[in-house]
Design a protein around this ligand. Structure first.
Ligand code: CTP
Length: 398
C-alpha cells in the first residue's frame, strides 16, 4: 500500500532525530518516495547526508540552496508534492509553531503549504511533555485533524525516566502504513468471484465459447481485495491479470470445471458473485482427435445443458450472499427479477445490450442492480467504478 506514495518527512531538533534514519529506510524499502526537510537545529543532531543517502533525494533545510546562483527551495511545490507529511521527531518548539502558524524556517513554510494529511511524532523531556502548553498544543493539532503518534515512555536523554520519548520508528511506520490502507470493511470475509467465458470443447482444437473478456469479474476481484476481502477468483480463459495479493486465482476452462472450483470454495465463503459468462450448453461428446472433414460430417453438434452454477449455489446459500449477472435484450427488469427469484439470489446485476458502452469487451458498463425489494439504475461508468458500486451493495448485505 505504500508503493509509490510520496512522504514528506520533517525532522526537527531532537536527539530522536537519529532514529528517524531507520524510518526513512523502512519507507523506501516499502516502495514509498521520501523527501526530507530539516529545521536548522535538526542539523546539529544528524547530517543531511544520512537522509539524502537513504531517501535518494536531496534534503532541504534552507530557503536559499545556493547563495551564488540564488537557487531557492520552492516550499509550495514541496508542500503540494506529498501524499502525507509527517514531522518526526517534532520538538516542543515546532509543535507550538504548528498551532500558531509561525513561519520562521523552511519546514514551517512547507507545513503551511501542504494540503495533504499531517502526522507528528513528538519527542521531548518529561516535564516538557507534561507541560500544560504541550498538552494544549497536541490537543489543538488533534482537533485540526493532525494524527499524533503518541509519546512512548522510558529512559530519556536527560537521564530522567517517563513520558516524552518519540514513538519507536517501527510504530510510526505502522501508523503511516495504516493511513494508506483502505477501509478494510471486508476483512475476514471470503468472496468467490467468477469471471470470463467458459470454453466447451468439441475436439482438441475447437470449442464453443463467447466474447467475455473477464473485465467486470477482475475489477470486482480487485475491488474486494482492496477492501480486505480474501478473494477466490475462478476465471475462464482470459488475458487479464490481477495485481492484488488478496486475490487467489483459479484458472478453469469449462463450465463443469468452474462448477467444481466454486464447489470447493463455497463452504468457506461468505459470498459468491457469478460474473462469468458460463456456457449454457456443452457438446454431448468430445472428439478425442481433431475432427477431419473427410471422416466426420460435422454439420450439427449435439449439445447438453451445463449445470446452472448460480442457481445451484443460490439454493444452498445458508446465510451466504449470492449475486448473479443477467444479460437481457427484452423485458429486461422483469426477466432479471424472475432470475433473482428463481435462482434464490440476493442481487442481480442487469446488463442491457441495448445500452451503448455496455457489454463484453468494453471498459464501461451500464447496469441496474436488482434486489428483492428495490432497483438501482446506475449511469454508464467504468467497470472499475461499477465494481465499487456492486461491492458497496454487497458490503451492506453482508
Ligand atoms: N450462470 C451459471 N451457470 C450457467 C449459466 C449461467 O452460473 N450454466 C450464471 C452466470 O454467471 C450469470 C447468470 O447465471 O451470473 C446469467 O444467467 P443467464 O445466462 O443470463 O441466464 P440463464 O439463467 O442462463 O437464462 P437465459 O439464458 O434463458 O436468460
Amino acid at each position: 500500500m505504500l508503493r509509490g506514495k510520496k512522504i514528506l518527512l520533517g525532522v526537527t531538533g531532537s536527539i530522536a532525530a537519529y532514529k528517524i534514519a531507520s524510518l526513512v529506510r523502512a519507507l523506501i524499502k516499502a516502495g514509498a518516495e521520501v523527501k526530507v526537510v530539516m529545521t536548522p537545529s535538526a542539523l546539529s543532531f544528524v547530517t543531511p547526508l544520512t537522509f539524502s543517502t537513504l531517501s535518494k533525494n536531496p534534503v532541504y533545510s534552507a530557503y536559499i540552496e545556493d547563495e551564488e546562483t540564488g537557487e531557492w527551495t520552492n516550499h509550495v511545490d514541496l508542500g503540494k508534492w506529498g501524499d502525507l507529511m509527517i514531522i518526526a521527531p517534532v520538538s516542543a518548539n515546532t509543535l507550538a509553531k504548528m498551532t500558531t502558524g509561525e513561519c520562521d524556517n523552511l519546514l514551517m513554510a512547507v507545513y503551511l503549504s501542504a494540503d495533504c494529511p499531517i502526522m507528528v511524532a513528538p519527542a521531548m523531556d518529561l516535564d516538557m511533555s507534561d507541560h500544560w502548553t504541550t498538552e494544549k498544543n497536541i490537543q489543538t493539532l488533534k482537533d485540526n485533524g493532525v494524527v499524533v503518534c503518541e509519546f512512548g515512555e522510558g529512559e530519556l536523554a536527560s537521564g530522567l525516566s517517563g513520558k516524552g520519548r518519540m514513538a519507536e520508528p517501527e510504530a510510526i511506520f505502522e501508523t503511516i502504513k495504516a493511513h494508506f490502507e483502505p477501509a478494510s470493511s471486508l476483512k475476514s470475509k471470503t468472496v468467490i468471484v467468477t469471471a470470463g467465458p467458459t470454453y466447451e470443447p468439441i475436439d482438441p482444437v475447437r470449442f464453443i465459447g463467447n466474447h467475455s473478456s473477464g473485465k467486470m469479474g477482475f475489477a470486482l476481484a480487485e475491488e474486494l481485495a482492496t477492501r480486505g476481502a480474501q478473494v477466490k477468483l475462478v476465471t475462464g480463459p482470459s488475458s487479464l491479470s490481477v495485481s492484488d495479493s488478496g486475490v487467489e486465482r483459479f484458472d478453469i476452462t469449462t463450465a463443469e470445471e468452474m462448477f467444481k472450483a466454486v464447489e470447493e470454495q463455497f463452504g468457506n465463503a461468505d459470498a459468491l458473485i457469478m460474473s462469468a459468462a458460463v456456457a449454457d450448453y456443452t457438446p454431448k461428446t468430445v472428439f478425442e482427435q481433431k475432427v477431419k472433414k473427410e471422416d466426420v460430417d460435422l454439420t450439427s453438434i449435439e449439445l447438453q445443458k451445463t449445470k446452472d452454477i448460480l442457481s445451484h449455489f443460490g439454493h444452498q446459500k445458508e446465510g451466504r450472499r449470492v449475486i448473479g449477472f443477467a444479460l437481457e435484450t427484452e423485458n429486461e427488469i422483469e426477466n432479471a427479477k424472475k432470475k433473482l427469484q428463481k435462482k434464490n439470489l440476493d442481487m442481480v446485476v442487469l446488463n442491457s445490450l441495448n445500452d451503448k458502452g455496455a457489454g463484453f469487451k468494453t471498459d464501461t458498463n451500464k447496469v441496474t442492480l436488482i434486489f428483492p425489494d428495490r432497483e438501482l439504475t446506475l449511469e454508464l461508468k467504468a467497470k472499475t467504478e461499477v465494481a465499487k458500486d456492486i461491492v458497496n451493495e454487497l458490503e451492506a448485505l453482508i
